[in-house]
Write a protein that binds this ligand. Structure first.
Ligand SMILES: Nc1nc2c(ncn2[C@@H]2O[C@H](COP(=O)(O)OP(=O)(O)O)[C@@H](O)[C@H]2O)c(=O)[nH]1
Ligand SMILES: [Mg+2]
Length: 215
């Protein structure tokens, strides 16, 4: 008789959410991990979350670091950038300055990782605030094309494109998986049918291979 439990290797991938203060990093992370909208976060809180998702039939354990622009963070930034497998670079469509910050962050990531093909998703958050838009879509798309990194406009408030951002990044990271897996040290087996083994998430809708998504 087949076993009640199936076992499958679960890849652990480290995601770092970066961007200027106030762009919505914590709100996006909370929407993705907990499916909840939290109006106001302590901007100095930096936290990490673990959540398991299924992407194209593969189980992935995501360790998501929601960064905060605190002084300690500046000191630790190199470490996060070194250990992160994929990066979500968030700006707010209501702030041109926050897009400039994303440009700087990407430079820094590439310098530290010494890898121009590092998995990145560019996120223009607060897309619900249409009247306050300061960043043209065309500008963001041209950066997306130059970097060959997908661009999504999201709203953490309405949960628009939130899952899509994380799933896209997962796909990119999985594609590069072989280069991360020099050893099997961080591979482990997880009892998939045991609900207590991790926070379980709904299976994500497949978003095809669209590289640029707008509302
Ligand atoms: N309208 C709107 N406000 C948002 C959105 N995301 C975040 N906010 C607001 O922006 C502020 C900063 O969000 P937070 O996630 O703490 O930003 P962080 O500093 O990047 O982590 C909060 O007041 C949120 O309520 C969004 O998509 N739409
Ligand atoms: Mg925050």
């Amino acid at each position: 008789m087949p076993s009640k439990f199936s076992y499958q290797p679960c890849r652990e991938l480290h995601v770092v959410v970066l961007g200027a203060g106030g762009v919505g990093k914590s709100c996006l992370t909370a929407q993705f991990v907990h499916n909840e909208w939290i109006e106001s976060y302590d901007p100095t809180i930096e936290d990490s979350y673990r959540t398991q998702i299924s992407v194209d039939g593969r189980q992935v354990m995501l360790e998501i670091l929601d960064t905060a622009g605190t002084e300690q963070f500046v000191a630790m930034r190199d470490l996060y950038m070194k250990t992160g497998h994929g990066f979500i670079l968030v700006f707010s469509i209501t702030s041109r300055a926050s897009l400039e910050e994303v440009l700087n962050l990407r430079e820094e990531i590439i310098r530290i990782k010494d890898d121009v093909k590092v998995p990145i998703v560019i996120v223009g958050n607060k897309a619900d605030l249409v009247d306050q838009r300061q960043v043209d879509r065309a500008r963001a798309f041209s950066i997306s094309q130059r970097w060959q990194a997908p661009y999504y406009e999201t709203s953490a408030r309405t949960r628009t494109n939130v899952d899509e951002v994380f799933v896209d990044l997962c796909r990119q990271m999985l594609r590069r998986d072989s280069s991360y897996t020099d050893s099997n040290d961080d591979m482990y087996h997880q009892k998939l049918d045991n609900p207590s083994s991790s926070k379980r998430r709904r299976k994500k809708r497949s978003n095809g291979e669209n590289r640029c998504t707008i509302l």
